[in-house]
Write a protein that binds this ligand. Sequence first.
Ligand code: SAH
Ligand code: F3S
Length: 476
Amino acid sequence: MDEKRQGQSLIIESIKNNSKKLFIESYGCAMNFSDSEIVASILLKQGFNTTKHLEEADLVLVNTCSIRDKAEQTVRKRLEKYNAVKRINPKMKVGVLGCMAERLKSKFLEEEKIVDLVVGPDAYKDLPHLVAEVEEGRNAVNVVLSKDETYGDISPVRLNSNGITALVSITRGCDNMCTFCVVPFTRGRERSRDPQSIIEEINDLANKGYKEITLLGQNVDSYLWYGGGLKKDFEKASDMQKATAVNFSKLLSLCAKSQPKMRIRFSTSNPQDMSLEVIRTMAKYPNICNHIHLPVQSGSNRILKAMNRLHTREEYFTLIDNIRKIIPDCVISQDLIAGFPTETEEDHQETLSLMNYVKYSFGYMFTYSERPGTLAERKLVDDVPEAVKKRRLNDIIALQLKHSEYRTKQYLNKTVEVLIERESKKSNLHWSGRTQHNVVAVFPKEHYKPGDFVKIKVTNCTKATLIGKAINLTEN
Ligand code: SAH
Ligand code: F3S
């Protein structure tokens, strides 16, 4: 703990004295944003200060996403922009981090010559050495994936933080091999972080006044700590290691108990690994938020199988039923993909009927994007025409909007507790925050301030936002 605090205060001191300027941008998942905080933490110790102004940067880093082609195209446009600035300021160095770095490796340096530095998601600790190379005029690359790197020993600085909510990563990589997904290739094998370091990070955040944390992993339910090493090697662990292993449910309890006033969220859950024990733990601790992000990808058993999702539609329904039995008010959200190879109109209807069964509160919906190197790319033809994918996606989005509205309306005239995060984007007279169910709520500021938990009466709503008034005033 003490060491951690020293690390933090060094970072604060070095901000004053640091002379080099780092411009860092993040794209993609929450894990990337969390990783950028680790990267910034490492570089602050190397004499860098962060800047908002690209033009004045000595080093520009972009943390990239490969999940869909569109994500990569967005990053490519940013790289063009950096290179335009670099023509005016040739001393500026440009580096690519994250999944595109891993996927394209030295191609950026050798063929495209558009960056100076390429660093994969497991190599950030090598940044001091890599940046020194670059500063001496040589290109640098490290895309080695690791068996045990979890950055558990790095105390991340919080970038663009509201000082109220923070991300805490608990696993890295993924062993699932969903056939559409590039993550297992770009982020490597699954490994879990030492629970001790997770709890220390949470305690540290609480001491700094943070009120809510989100535990992050590609598949949090598969979290398993037995003293280090890959998830897949657990069978080889000693009896002692097995007896003292910490699974996700235990980790949740540890977090909830160590900071009972802190809201605890987690993402992402995987239906095939989510246990009843986890759901019961959620029910047991009031500070674990009743929201489960539970991607399903498709409602058709045939497509689920082709995606290598290891559960059926029926098993998913059983899981949903169990969640509702144990936590009746639990909010459930989804990820869905429209137009996976071979998807028929019938399969698509299955997806819509699954949605009708669950009536998700919200979701993230995509058209299928073929990713080089994935099993689907190697074994299947991307045969659903783009227009059909788009039309099916529109059907899915329209249905989701209907369900979101239905779910949001359930809160009308009810009292909910909101954690204030920031000023409302639409009005500087209102605060904006979220309920434990992850629903956004806005209400007049009165004497409240960000970081306060406030009970509000919901008087109105839009499709996804609650509008209300703090109840103290109504009572007066
Ligand atoms: N388990 C991860 C999933 C990462 S990808 C997590 O923590 O969220 C996030 C979502 O992107 C997936 O659930 C899936 O719906 C979508 N996705 C992944 N690969 C895709 C592809 N090739 N085409 C379209 N959508 C994809
Ligand atoms: Fe990707 Fe499936 Fe893992 S969606 S991140 S391979 S759970």
